[in-house]
Structure formats: structure tokens, C-alpha cells
Design a protein around this ligand. Structure first.
Ligand code: GLA
Ligand code: GLA
Length: 665
């Protein structure tokens, strides 16, 4: 496994470098990631390249037998370039230039920027192609961070017209497919098509909700494709230089503007930036982090790296809480449990200047190793003891949740009900499955379903007959499908298909939706096979047709009508959930469904606040048990196990210290 840190030698006097590397080495860190923002140092003037400083840090690292992840520096275009070509800047929804002063101030569709990027990437590729210490390349840094996937400049406008023309061939076809008859929006030509920016009846952010939903969805796809093309250019340049080591990019967890299922195919492995101590959403950071880990594994269906792993308090204009002693170690285990086989801590030492002065790392500002350094060192030692198991084992799941960026973009634009939140629904269902002691994959519909026993499609709205057919085959051969409310309703153009709901999935579910209620924050009561439940957000009213009713509403005007149904298809089953539930509600329902489907829990006794994930190697199962709480917990074990890291036998009730972990088999 890779165990390293993100290092910025350009921020420190060269006289300090040796001490830094010595301390890294002493802590067991074997890899540094470097150079992702250093364009202005590498090319201080147009065409004048200076890799001297980078060569010196690389050769010093080599003298310590350290490995290197080299980055292309395009996330930070230099000022001389921006002054010469201000057309590279992005424009916001109001047409304002998003100017210099931060980073990522470039438009992915700028032909000029494309050319300058090629030059710097090629210069780096040519210079570093033969360095054996470079084990991987990272392209750019967090594409799309700071809302930079979607831009509204004239280069984007031209590129969007071209993208649409390639897709629809003639403008009449586009007008018809996207429904431009509504409010008389027929476009006379592809050149006349607008970017869905600021308009009348706007909502915040500008452009949201007001535009044709089909055009908006195409714009989201186009913007995502633009990043794809820009990124592929960098891959091609490096490969043409003769670089053969893996290329990756650091993805983001709770980030939705880029179709990562598409982007992943450029890279040999996925990496991502994981900061459990900042909650991104309205839910707890830890459950969100587990969900994001499983998403990352699902993009390529293989192990991945955490390219930036939290190692101290974070902050820009103020600081977030410092990790409690033990949490950096815990989060590292959590990453490994979910499938990471590379961890690089962000960052080695907090900077004394710049926007991220407050963003801490392994060391403190004064460069002195203290508690966090010792914790990283200890964690590394432990992980090296189980290195072979980490290499050989995989996370194998019998159940998956289907995710989709088309649906993310469509649901976010028109969200059905006031508190409808697609990502939150996916996340809640995923966490409910983890709570049962089951591994859970998060994948898209291109996945080979035959490796699963149960497939869950929350709010799978943009879909097709092809999807329905794929699920039918899966069910016929014995699979279990769970489909929820707001599924099967829209076609690929983001248009409501007009079929009786659940649209494409009606036959499969063996039901029809005869009415629905966007209940928002007013829950309805439901009673059924798993007891009493509360339905949130949305209630479909069902005619069960040939399916069995396994839960029904007990209030509202649809009291007595079905809320959850089960249909038999071949050797399998298709369940329909007509409403949204909380984590416990989903957990109860899925416990019933997965036990009927024959899924095996990794461990029986579930303890609140304790996460369990299994990595398997052949028939051997290694159960990672992680106490997320600042208090000790007691985990009941139904048999005798061996604890892998300490190599001791455990049975009965196992005590885990605050933030403690155990790997048992
Ligand atoms: C107004 C308008 C209609 C329609 C409805 C619903 O009444 O006149 O065209 O937009 O609102 O939004
Ligand atoms: C992201 C970026 C890093 C740094 C950290 C902390 O993960 O990739 O460059 O900015 O956030 O803000």
C-alpha cells in the first residue's frame, strides 16, 4: 500500500527540505505528491521552463527512497498568461468575469488555454518521463472545484452549439426533442441556442428552474463532457511523451457537476480527497464519508487512493474542529476498509501564507512534529503489519445502490417536492444498508448486475425501456430489485414520458400509480411487514394490480392503500417503495428484503456508532470494525475471531476504545 503526504516544497526554503524528508521517512511515509499549483514557478515567462527546483526535490526524495506522484499544474494558470489572454477566464451566469486571485480561473472550452496547457504538460512529460521514482501522475487538481465546471463565456456558447448540432443534427429535431413548443422557444439555428444562464423568472443560482429542463440537462452533460475532453488532452500529451505509469485525478466526494462514471475511463485508478471533519451536507460527516468512499470504489469497481486525507484541523477563513486524537487513525482505517490502498495525508505542514494558512497538516506551522505526527506514524506501522491483506483483499458486495448523474442533474433542477434531495436519498439508503452489517456498492446502470443479489434504484427517473429490460433479466434469474417513487417517469431528454407510472418500470413492479402527493415536511403513517413507519417527502398512491401489498398507508386520504409492494418476476422479486423513509425505516425494510434474498451479514450484533465493512480474499473475510464514537463500545461476537493487527484471539464481547478499530477474521 501507498502511504504518503501532499508536499509543497515551493513553499519552504530549500534548506528545510532535507529535514522534512527525514521526518517523513521516520514516520513511515513513502510517497509525496507534488507540483499541482506550481505553473508560475515552472514557467515564469512564456516558453521559459525552469524545472531546476523540482529536479532537486525529486532527487532528494529519491535519496530517501521515496516515491513521487507528479502533478500537472494547470489548476493555477499564471498571471502572465491571463494578462495575455483574458478570454481564458470563466464567466458566471450574469456574464461577469471570474477573475484572478484564487485558482481554477480558466474555462475548459478555451482553445487558447488548451494550447498553453498542452505546452506545459508536454514540457513536464518530456522532462520527467524517465524518472523511475515517479509512480503516478495526477492531472490538474479537483476539476470543477469552486463551481468551475459550468461556465457562461462565448467559447462555451460556441462549443455548446457545436455539441448540440452533433447530437441532434438538425435544429427542428432539437426543438422537437426538447419541447421548445413550450413558451414558444423554437430556436432558428444551433448558433442561436443560449447557455441556460440568467433570465427572467430566475431563482438562485441564476438560471435555475426557469429554463427548458431538457436544454438544461444537455448543458450539464455538455459542461461535464468539456472537462472530459480537456482532461483527455492531458492524458494524450503525457502518453505521447512516453509516460507509462498510471495517471489519475483527485475526485471530490460530495460533488455533482462532473459525470465521474464517464471521466473514470481515462484513468488507471481513481483517487479522491477525503475530509471527514468538514460536514458537507445536512447530514453527519461520517455517514456521508462512508457513502463517498463507496461511490469512489464504484466509479471503476476497484480499489482507489485517498490522494488528500485529512490530517489536522481544516479551514480557510476560520478553522474547523481539530480531529480528536485517534480520529486520523480511525478515518485512515475507514478509508482502507472501504477499498483504499493508497493514503496521502493533506498536507505535510500548514503554510505560513496564502488562502490556506489555517489548513493544517501532519506538522504544525512551526514545523515541529507533535501528536498528529505520532498518530500518523503509529497508523502507518499498524497498516504495514496488514499490508499483504490490504493488497490481496477486495471489498465485495451482494447489494448495490444505483446512482446516476443524469438523475442528479434532473432531480436537482426540478425536485418534485420541497424537501426532495436525490443525493440525500441515495446516501440514506446506502447508510441503511451499511447499518445492517452488509457491504454496499454504489454504481451506475452500466454495471454487470449478475454479481449482485439485490439492486436498489432510488428515484431512478431518467431511464428507458432498456433499463427495464436489464432489470427484468436480472429478476428473472433470481435477483431482487427495489425501485422507489419518482422512477421511470422521464426520457433521456428530461421530458416526462407520459406513461402511467412508474413508467418504464410499470410491468416490472406490477403496479400502477393512480395519484401522488408531494407531502414535503408532513409525514404520513405507514404500517406493514416491518411495523410502523413514517413516509416522508412523497407519497405515491398505488393500485397494486398483480403485486402483493407488504405495507399500507394508515393516514391521509389514501389511508388503506398500498405503500410497499412486491411483485414476482421469474425466480426473483421486484419491490416498489411508494414513499421516502428515514435511515431506520429503510434499514428495517431492507433487512427484511435482504434476508429473504439470502444476503449474509458480516457480523450479527450491530452497535450504534460502529461501522463494519468486510474485505475478502478468497474465502477469507476480514471484518473492519470501527468505533466512530468518543466513548468505548462493546461489540458482541458470535464466535471466536483473530484480531489481525494485534494478532490476538477475541471472543464474547469485544471492547473498542474511543475511535478504536479492530480487523477480525
Ligand atoms: C400564470 C401564467 C401561466 C402559468 C401559470 C403557472 O398564471 O399566466 O402562463 O405560468 O402562472 O405558472
Ligand atoms: C482540496 C484541494 C487542495 C486544498 C484542500 C484544502 O482538497 O485539492 O488543494 O485546497 O482542498 O482546502
Amino acid at each position: 500500500m501507498i502511504f504518503g503526504t501532499d508536499y509543497y516544497p515551493e513553499h519552504w526554503p530549500e534548506t528545510r527540505w532535507d529535514e522534512d524528508l527525514r521526518l517523513m521517512k521516520e514516520a513511515g511515509l513513502d510517497t509525496i505528491r507534488i507540483a499541482e499549483f506550481a505553473w508560475s514557478i515552472m514557467e515564469p515567462e512564456e516558453g521559459i521552463f525552469d524545472f531546476g527546483w523540482l529536479d532537486r526535490i525529486v532527487s532528494l526524495a529519491e535519496s530517501y527512497s521515496m516515491k513521487i506522484v507528479m502533478c500537472t499544474p494547470t489548476a493555477a494558470p499564471p498571471k502572465w498568461l491571463m494578462d495575455k489572454h483574458p478570454e481564458i477566464y470563466q464567466k458566471d451566469e450574469y456574464g461577469n468575469v471570474r477573475g484572478f486571485g484564487s485558482r481554477r480561473h480558466y474555462c475548459f472550452n478555451s482553445p487558447v488555454f488548451m494550447e498553453y496547457s498542452k505546452k506545459i504538460v508536454k514540457a513536464m512529460g518530456d522532462h520527467y518521463k524517465d524518472f523511475k521514482s515517479i509512480i503516478a501522475w495526477q492531472l490538474d487538481n479537483e476539476y470543477g472545484c469552486h463551481n468551475t465546471v459550468r461556465c457562461y463565456c462565448s467559447d462555451c456558447s460556441k462549443a455548446f452549439s457545436k455539441w448540440l448540432e452533433e447530437k441532434y443534427s438538425n435544429i427542428e429535431n432539437m426543438n422537437e426533442k426538447l419541447g421548445m413548443a413550450f413558451w414558444g422557444q423554437h430556436y432558428p439555428s444551433f448558433e442561436s441556442v443560449i447557455l441556460p444562464a440568467h433570465t427572467t423568472c430566475d431563482n438562485k443560482p441564476a438560471g435555475m428552474y426557469a429554463h427548458n429542463p431538457g436544454l438544461y440537462l444537455d448543458y450539464c452533460r455538455f459542461a461535464s463532457d468539456s472537462v472530459y475532453d480537456y482532461s483527455l488532452m492531458q492524458v494524450d500529451v503525457l502518453r505521447n511523451c512516453g509516460i507509462e505509469v498510471p495517471i489519475t485525478h483527485n475526485f471530490m466526494g460530495s460533488f455533482f457537476d462532473l459525470d465521474y462514471y464517464k471521466l473514470q475511463d481515462q484513468f488507471e485508478f481513481i483517487s479522491w480527497d477525503c475530509y471527514p471533519n468538514i460536514a458537507h451536507g445536512p447530514f453527519s460527516s461520517l455517514s456521508e464519508v462512508s457513502f463517498n468512499h463507496d461511490k469512489m470504489r464504484g466509479y471503476k469497481n476497484k480499489k482507489y487512493w485517498v490522494m488528500e486525507h485529512c490530517s489536522g484541523q481544516n479551514g480557510w477563513n476560520y478553522m474547523h474542529k481539530t480531529p480528536d486524537p485517534g480520529q486520523i487513525r480511525l478515518w485512515t482505517y475507514q478509508s482502507v476498509a472501504h477499498g483504499a490502498d493508497g493514503i496521502l495525508y493533506f498536507r505535510w505542514r500548514p503554510c505560513l501564507f496564502g488562502t490556506e494558512q489555517y489548513w493544517h497538516g501532519i506538522l504544525d506551522h512551526d514545523g515541529i512534529p507533535r501528536q498528529r505526527y505520532e498518530e500518523v506514524k503509529e497508523t502507518g506501522k499498524e497498516l504495514r503489519r496488514i499490508d499483504r491483506i490490504i493488497d490481496e483483499s477486495e471489498v465485495v458486495s451482494e447489494i448495490c445502490v444505483i446512482n446516476s448523474f443524469d438523475n442528479e442533474w434532473s432531480h436537482t433542477y426540478q425536485k418534485h417536492s420541497e424537501n426532495f434531495d436525490y443525493n440525500k436519498i441515495l446516501h440514506t439508503v446506502h447508510n441503511a444498508i451499511l447499518d445492517l452489517g452488509l457491504n454496499c456498492d454504489v454504481v451506475d446502470m452500466n454495471i454487470d448486475l449478475s454479481k449482485y443479489k439485490v439492486v436498489v434504484l432510488p428515484a431512478y427517473n431518467i431511464s428507458s425501456d432498456k433499463d427495464a429490460e436489464k432489470l427484468r433479466k436480472f429478476a428473472e434469474s433470481g435477483g431482487t430489485v427495489v425501485i422507489t417513487f419518482r422512477s421511470g417517469n422521464r426520457d433521456e431528454f428530461n421530458k416526462i414520458n407520459g406513461f402511467t407510472l412508474p413508467g418504464y418500470f410499470k410491468e416490472l413492479c406490477g403496479i400502477e400509480v393512480i395519484n401522488y402527493d408531494a407531502i414535503g415536511e408532513n409525514p404520513r403513517k405507514v404500517s406493514g411487514i416491518t411495523g410502523e413507519l413514517l413516509a416522508n417527502t412523497w407519497c405515491d398512491v398505488l393500485n397494486p394490480l398483480e403485486s402483493n401489498v407488504i405495507a399500507e398507508y394508515t393516514d391521509g386520504f389514501y389511508k388503506g392503500s398500498p405503500c410497499i409492494t412486491r411483485n414476482s418476476i421469474g425466480k426473483g422479486s421486484v419491490y416498489y417503495f411508494a414513499a421516502d423513509f428515514d435511515r431506520e425505516g429503510y434499514s428495517g425494510l431492507l433487512e427484511h428484503i435482504t434476508s429473504v434474498a439470502g444476503l449474509e451479514k458480516c457480523i450479527q450484533g450491530r452497535v450504534r456508532g460502529v461501522e463494519t465493512v468486510v474485505r475478502s480474499s478468497g474465502s477469507e473475510k476480514y471484518i473492519f470494525i470501527m468505533n466512530q464514537l468518543p466513548t468505548p463500545v462493546y461489540v458482541p461476537l458470535e464466535r471466536k475471531y483473530t484480531e489481525l493487527v494485534e494478532n490476538r484471539s477475541v471472543s464474547g464481547t469485544m471492547r473498542l476504545e474511543p475511535y478504536g478499530t479492530a480487523v477480525i477474521y
